[in-house]
Design a protein around this ligand. Structure first.
Ligand SMILES: C[S@@+](CC[C@H](N)C(=O)[O-])C[C@H]1O[C@@H](n2cnc3c(N)ncnc32)[C@H](O)[C@@H]1O
Length: 365
């Protein structure tokens, strides 16, 4: 499935969403130091790190630098490190190469090796016992395929009961599959660090509204408008479906609860799982404005929508695939222009948008 972040909007991803994810990765710094501090790394053995669903590698840059610093401090400058960047076959690997080819070599260190792995993380990507640490940021919520929603782009706002049940089943099966494959690839004593957008179904962790849900309401409303204005056909309307799913804490923990579950038997356990409501970037721009910094909100909404476009445009390109490239481009441009106007009118940015984020550390026995 093509879920790549595309085109000129890619830059917006690195600058906005990428910046947020980079900051989120700092949450794992202590864990990384502890793991490296307690790892026995036999002489001449390579320390191997994976970044799954890496996109252009910009979001993991800080944690990779932190990890290399900790490794060199504790195990000497000579340690050999291999960083493997994994993503789908349609990812923009040129952007990735530009961002990561000098990783770890700034100070002339030649013992950091970088390679790319274009595949799908629903298949085994590397041989058994490859990784000491796997990173997977904002990617594991993508399912191996989309569920088809007849009247909605995603589960929110108008997935039917049977569509919501079908996506929950698929997400459960996909999470177990993802974990079992990683259990093969991670070395004994190794770990996986994940950041995933989640759902706080029972509002255990806060009361505020959920921006990802609101975003799907906004996107579905505008997509519907294009259909009602007969700019897209009913068939095209139904063909646009999001392949992501925000799991609840219970769904994230489910494969680890039972000693007899295949995931536990494969040696994985949750070391920690933290769910947080986090204010999104656009809100911090608003705060700046309130405190006198005149960062212009009217220009920040188009930037926000460009960032959203970088990871959602693929749905519309797929749905409109029978059209000429000009017609497809014009319609997609209209969609995102209308989304900007819709968000401005709804005053959505002043109503407390949060992301609900799960930070998960998984260890392999
Ligand atoms: C929202 S981006 C996150 C990129 C980056 N890790 C970050 O945190 O900013 C999601 C990434 O997951 C990738 N992805 C989605 N499904 C995938 C799959 N089955 N296998 C590998 N990568 C996948 C997409 O191509 C995309 O690059």
């Amino acid at each position: 499935m093509d879920t790549r972040c595309t085109g000129v909007f890619e830059d917006q991803y690195s600058r906005s969403v990428g910046t947020i994810v980079r900051a989120q990765s700092h949450y794992f710094y202590d864990t990384v130091r502890q793991i490296i501090g307690t790892s026995v790394i036999p002489r001449n053995e390579t320390f191997t790190v994976g970044d799954y669903g890496c996109h252009d590698g910009s979001s993991s840059k800080d944690i990779v630098e932190h990890l290399l610093g900790a490794l060199r401090k504790l195990h000497g400058e000579d340690i050999t490190v291999h960083i493997i960047y994994e993503d789908g076959i349609n990812n923009d690997y040129n952007a990735l190469v530009k961002n990561v080819s000098r990783n770890g070599r700034e100070s002339g260190n030649q013992k950091v090796f970088v390679s790319m792995c274009p595949t799908s993380f629903y298949r085994q990507c590397l041989p058994d016992d490859t990784f000491n640490i796997v990173l997977c940021f904002w990617s594991a919520h993508f399912l191996p395929r989309a569920v088809s929603y007849k009247d909605s782009l995603s589960k929110f706002p108008d997935g039917s009961r049977s569509e919501c049940d079908a996506v929950a089943d698929l997400a459960s099966e996909a999470w177990q599959r993802f974990l079992l494959i990683r259990a093969n690839e991670i070395k004994s004593g190794g770990c996986m660090l994940l950041v995933v957008p989640a759902e706080d179904t029972e509002r255990r962790y806060g009361e505020s509204s959920v921006h990802l849900q609101k975003l799907w309401v906004a996107m579905t409303t505008v997509w519907r408008l294009l259909r009602d204005m007969q700019h897209v056909t009913q068939r095209e309307y139904e063909a646009a479906n999001y392949s992501g799913y925000y799991r609840s804490e219970d769904e994230l923990r489910a494969p680890f609860l039972d000693e007899d579950s295949p995931v536990v038997k494969a040696g994985l356990r949750i070391e920690s799982l933290l769910i947080q409501h986090e204010r999104i970037h656009i809100m911090s721009q608003r705060r700046k404005e309130e405190t006198g910094n005149t960062e212009n909100l009217t220009s920040s909404i188009p930037k926000f929508v460009s960032a959203v476009r970088s990871w959602t445009e693929y749905m519309f390109r797929q749905a409109l695939s029978s059209r000429s490239s000009e017609s497809r481009r014009d319609l997609i441009n209209s969609f995102y222009d209308l989304l900007v106007e819709y968000i401005k009118q709804q005053d959505m940015y002043t109503s407390g948008w949060d992301n609900i984020i799960a930070y998960i550390v998984i260890m392999k026995k």
